[in-house]
Design a protein around this ligand. Structure first.
Ligand code: PMT
Length: 415
């Protein structure tokens, strides 16, 4: 699809806006106005507490549409049931997303119209949180945020600034143009989703674990979050995804064939069994070494023995094997976690492994990458280096996916 066609289609989009009950709810009125300016059809749901902050009448007037309030309204159900409403929308925006609403969605509640629609939908969901900074920083909200992201929901904001409660910090609803830009990105992706419809992708994720004996092992701190986010992003873009997952605590994502493995050798054979594929992305942190021979019984601690020598041998390199395989995927992407000389070291890995692109993670920048919900990467290809700012792993995944779509559809112009 050309950029012009795509822009034209963006003019007649259908957005369902769910307004949560927070002080920032009044800003949803401006959001509705800006969405209407773009020619989008906007339907709205107000939660019970949102009605305390904005009136259904003003929302109806600005959206030029009926406002949906109740889960079981005889008149509304006869016209448009909650399932139909969930299907009608091309994207669902929750603004403001309060801590309470996020928590209820995280546990899968369906006790009002907003949560029921969010549970019943298969459309992309964008959340724009707004709350007090302590509520945003609370580990319960952090957990819910990560959980919802892991299920593929996207977030815009919150921004930092003066909060309604008189405090200063992270928790302000994102600015309306920021929210509109995020919706634009989702809609663009939605329009181009079919671009990867007939493509098969293999993704490795998580840490491998190499047994020393039945109770001890060699491993690393990879959580699998970056790889799982990529699997979701590619699935959302219409691709068939096979996720070969090492050790992780993440649940297997819906709609993605997930093969659980433990060691590097198991990961390699699971990958080779999936060939041919159109693309392979190796995000896994694979143990470079394993003990030459794992002990069949627990190694005993001997009183006077101060040292223990383990003989290590190199594990097979999955990325290099895929890059040089007779059924080499059209696009092979590796990851490189570097703490110094990020680009130079990543370029060395790109050449050594023989892959097409390498995604360099700066593990020195802005704290840890392993296990974090955030990442800061540079995409290194033959065409050059694209350095991205720090963002969530799902945003990184979406960005890489857009580059992959462009790779497979060079005429599509999607960037
Ligand atoms: O899992 P998270 O907590 O979300 O963290 C994500 C991550 C930091 C693990 C991920 O983004 C990442 O950078 N993964 C690669 C880590 C790394 O630097 O690995 P490496 O330098 O050992 O290997 C470079 C590349 O070769 C990687 O694509 C790796 O998957 C691949 N490799 C390495 C060794 C091996 N035996 N086989 C491989 O396929």
């Amino acid at each position: 699809m050309s950029q012009i066609e795509s822009n034209k289609q963006l003019e007649s989009r259908r957005i369902l806006l769910i307004i949560g009950g927070g002080i920032a709810a009044y800003r949803s009125l401006d959001l509705i106005r800006r969405m209407r300016d773009r020619g989008w059809t906007v339907k709205t749901i107000l939660t019970r507490s949102a009605v305390e902050f904005v009136t259904p009448l003003s929302v109806a007037a600005l959206s030029e549409n009926t406002v949906h309030l109740e889960l079981l309204s005889l008149t509304e159900e006869s016209k448009m049931g909650h399932i139909e409403l969930a299907r009608w929308a091309e994207a669902i925006v929750v603004a403001p997303a309060t801590a309470n609403l996020m928590a209820r969605v995280a546990v899968g509640m369906a006790d009002d119209l907003a949560t029921t629609v969010l549970l019943a939908t298969n459309r992309p969901i964008l959340m724009a949180p707004s709350m007090n900074l302590e509520m945003w920083g609370n580990s319960a909200t952090r957990h819910n945020h990560a959980l919802l992201q892991g299920r593929g929901m996207e977030f815009v904001g919150p921004d930092s600034g003066d909060l309604a409660c008189g405090e200063y910090g992270a928790g302000r609803l994102a600015e309306v143009p920021e929210i509109i830009a995020a919706i634009d990105r989702i809609l663009h992706r939605h329009l181009t989703a079919s671009s990867l419809a007939h493509k098969r992708f293999l993704i490795t994720a998580g840490a491998t674990r190499e047994a020393i004996d039945p109770v001890r092992y060699i491993s690393n701190h990879s959580s699998g979050k970056q790889g799982y986010a990529l699997a979701l992003a590619l699935r959302n873009a219409g691709a068939e995804v096979i996720l070969v997952s090492g050790i992780t605590t993440l649940p297997a994502p819906a709609g993605i064939k997930t093969l659980a493995v433990t060691s590097a050798r198991e990961m390699l054979s699971a990958c080779l069994e999936q060939l041919p594929v159109d693309g392979a992305i190796c995000t896994a942190a694979v143990a470079d070494w394993r003990v030459a021979e794992a002990a069949p019984q627990k190694i005993k601690k001997i009183r006077d023995q101060q040292t223990l020598t383990l003989e290590l041998v190199q594990n097979p390199d999955i990325l290099a094997t895929l890059s040089h395989h007779p059924s080499r995927p059209d696009l092979v992407i590796g990851f490189a976690a570097e703490s110094e000389s990020l680009i130079a070291n990543a370029k060395i890995k790109l050449a050594a492994k023989g892959c097409d692109w390498i995604i360099a993670n700066d593990i020195a920048a802005n704290g840890a990458v392993f296990g974090s919900d955030y990442n800061q990467v540079a995409i290194i290809t033959a065409a050059g280096v694209e350095s991205l700012p720090q963002m969530t792993k799902l945003e990184v995944a979406n960005h890489i996916t857009q580059r992959i779509i462009s790779h497979f559809n060079p005429a599509g112009g999607v960037k």
